[in-house]
Design a protein around this ligand. Structure first.
Ligand code: SF4
Length: 232
């Protein structure tokens, strides 16, 4: 039986050996190593990593966190991915509905304490949902923000005791655009409306970037918060 200590060693070694590998090579390694105990997470901003994973592991689990605050376009993108791609979309939900959270913590927690809101609506559901997996992949890229500049391709996720994989960590936005173009990958339609990063719909959580801004600049703009907590 493979233990967490074994997986930590596997992650450290793969992080070194796969640094220069293509995204498909990284995902092939993940599929060969973890099989069904591997999943991809997607915010449904686009279906790039889900598409890449489906080419090496058809039927791969694609995990989506439905916070209850998503734009309708994001839910529509999730439904389109589930209907048209050879993947198994799994939707995780928080323990509390938005109404229950409002009753317990007061309305608009996202404006008053976004870290707590993200913890309740994103971090806890993901931690619970990843219980059945040994490894998970994300769409993190080094060029997205300073906080993501050192993202490893493969690393040990010590908090969750799982292998964390970022197959497109080395990609640029141009690489993403080229892959989308070449493969007809589904995109969240909000990307055509000026959004460059799409999270929850409250204005305090997702806004269009200002003049001269790009990437994740519109996320929790002006608050000092840059990450929801999943990747910290
Ligand atoms: S992004 Fe905003 S609404 Fe979504 S979980 Fe975090 S604070 Fe709450």
């Amino acid at each position: 039986m493979t233990t967490a200590t074994d997986y930590e060693a596997i992650a450290v070694r793969a992080g070194r050996e796969l640094e220069e590998a293509t995204a498909q090579e990284v995902l092939r390694w993940a599929a060969d190593t973890f099989g069904k105990r591997f999943c991809v997470t997607s915010s449904m901003e686009d279906a790039v990593v889900a598409h890449l994973a489906s080419t090496v592991l058809p039927g791969v689990d694609v995990v989506f966190l439905d916070t209850g605050y998503h734009f309708p376009e994001t839910i529509g993108t999730r439904d389109a991915v589930a209907a048209t791609m050879p993947v198994n979309v799994i939707t995780l939900t928080p323990k509390l509905t938005v109404a229950e959270q409002d009753a317990q913590y007061g309305p608009n927690l996202h404006d008053r304490d976004p870290d707590l809101c993200c913890s309740l609506r994103k971090v806890e559901p993901l931690n619970r949902g990843l219980g059945g997996y040994d490894a998970w992949a994300t769409g993190l890229r080094r060029d997205e923000s300073p906080s993501r500049a050192d993202t490893p391709v493969v690393a040990w996720d010590a908090k969750r005791r799982k292998v964390k994989i970022a197959p497109i960590a080395r990609w640029t936005q141009d690489d993403v655009d080229a892959y989308v173009q070449a493969n007809g990958v589904l995109l969240n339609p909000l990307l055509w409306e000026g959004y460059t990063s799409i999270g929850c719909s409250p204005l305090s959580c997702t806004a269009k970037p200002g003049d001269g801004e790009q990437g994740r600049a519109g996320r929790w703009a002006g608050s000092g918060k840059t990450e929801c907590g999943i990747h910290l």
